[in-house]
Design a protein. Structure first.
Length: 455
């Protein structure tokens, strides 16, 4: 069976630092650049506390997928865990949430890049720039996941340099008394702070998506969970410093709902500000876009091999890329840019859906610990079934609170649309996919030795 699956053509060539570059590039992106000002508007200088707590909550919420990735590293990780442990219906619902969330996220990241590019080149059209950058990274990812990882390493260096300038020039000018004045914390109440935590979950999340690359990672059971935790905590420290600068120089009424360039203009010489935008803002959004395109197709690829989606859609090229699926996401990402959808709506919709996918992964870990403890025992993290169930329940509670706070801000029409899609998936499972059996192959490695290449 392994020779018949397209995923057997994937190339296992991603080492620890390749995965780290992809994870960091995925975490640092449109979230920090576009959400910080919105978060200040929601909770005042409490944004600093929110960024301090967010990585911790993120690690708690992604710990289930880290455990699963350690016990059974595999291509299309979360989809495979849901479909194998909870059934094909759950797998297809996960796939729906994944596609709607991250198909829209591709356009969000590209548009965020266009917005910052327009800030230094006013004559540019942000939507056209977004379409150009999306096309550029689409073509790059057609060349192979390894090429995308190398590009992300280069962009990540520029990214840290740009964000470092923001912190170095801004931190000495921060009024710490203003930042931590009790009157400026939680200005809109505790529930607004919770909603801010939910919003920022998209800024500190991202590392869990390298679980999709289990079939292309070397020593995946060890490297994937290590990279998830290390990258989330490391980036979290940087985010707290950025939040302090963003909230502590200008009055919060001025920076609320504004991009970081407003503060950068106050703290940096013009030439340095351009370097911040080029390295920090453009680097952040481009690394996230590039990293997303490297893993976004993997769940659909596995579903094609499962015959739950048309098999021909999952064809893998000689370079190890499911090019038809990548093209599908390229088209989906282009549509919001062509129709000029609102980026704030896309961000909330994307984040809310991604939180739901994490809830499903928590449920999958719970089932694994109850019914497949032998697979759990393979994890290098050495988690007992009882501890795994406790982690699952804690994660579900946190994610339900965060997702509710975001869905409450969306219109009934949007929530209803998502409900209709879920119903359509259920009908699809009961009709077209009724007689399709999905094998529980969590511990089967489809990537052959001939596809293992050195870094």
């Amino acid at each position: 069976m392994s020779t018949e699956r397209q995923e057997s053509k994937l190339i296992r060539n991603l080492g620890f630092w390749d995965l780290m570059a992809i994870a960091v590039g995925q975490i640092i992106g449109a979230g920090i650049m576009s959400s910080t000002g919105v978060a200040i508007g929601m909770t005042g200088t409490g944004v600093v506390l929110a960024f301090l707590m967010s990585p911790i909550l993120t690690i708690i919420s992604i710990f289930p997928v880290a455990i699963l990735s350690s016990a059974a590293p595999t291509t299309g990780g979360p989809y495979r865990y849901c479909s194998r442990l909870m059934g094909k219906g759950a797998g297809l619902i996960y796939l729906l949430l994944h596609t709607t969330a991250f198909g829209a996220a591709v356009s969000q990241y590209a548009l965020s890049f266009g917005t910052y590019f327009e800030s230094i080149v006013p004559a540019a059209n942000q939507h056209i720039v977004a379409m150009v950058i999306l096309t550029l990274f689409y073509v790059m990812n057609l060349q192979g996941t390894k090429s995308a990882a190398i590009l992300n390493k280069i962009l990540t260096i520029a990214l840290f340099a740009g964000l470092g300038l923001f912190v170095v020039f801004g931190l000495p000018k921060v009024d710490m008394g203003y930042v931590f004045n009790p009157e400026h914390l939680f200005v809109n109440g505790p529930m607004a702070f919770v909603a801010t935590l939910a919003l920022l979950s998209s800024a500190t999340a991202g590392a869990q998506f390298i679980a999709e690359l289990g079939g292309e990672a070397k020593d995946a059971g060890r490297n994937i969970p290590r990279v998830m935790i290390a990258s989330t905590l490391g980036v979290g420290v940087l985010y707290v410093l950025i939040a302090i600068v963003a909230a502590g120089i200008l009055p919060m009424e001025e920076v609320a709902n504004q991009p970081l360039t407003l503060v950068a203009n106050e703290t940096m010489p013009q030439a340095v500000m351009y370097l911040f935008v080029i390295g920090g803002a453009l680097g952040a959004t481009s690394t996230t876009l590039n990293a997303t395109l490297s893993w976004i197709t993997k769940p659909l690829l596995v579903a094609c091999d499962d015959r739950l989606l048309p098999s021909s859609l999952g064809t893998v090229s000689r370079k190890g890329i499911p090019y038809k699926l990548l093209t599908l996401f390229y088209v989906v990402g282009m549509l919001p840019l062509l129709f000029r959808f609102d980026i704030s709506f896309i961000t909330k919709f994307t984040t809310a859906n991604s939180l739901l996918t994490k809830i499903m992964v928590c449920l999958a870990l719970f089932v694994l610990s109850k019914r497949f403890s032998s697979i759990l025992s393979r994890s290098v993290m050495k988690i007992s079934p009882k501890a795994a169930r406790a982690i699952s329940v804690i994660g579900i509670i946190i994610l339900c609170v965060l997702s509710y706070s975001l869905f409450a801000s969306l219109s009934a029409a949007v929530v209803g649309f998502l409900a209709v899609l879920v119903i359509a998936v259920v009908i699809y499972v009961k009709t077209y996919a009724k007689n399709i059996e999905v094998e529980n192959d969590l511990i089967i490695d489809y990537t052959t030795e001939k596809n293992e290449k050195g870094v």
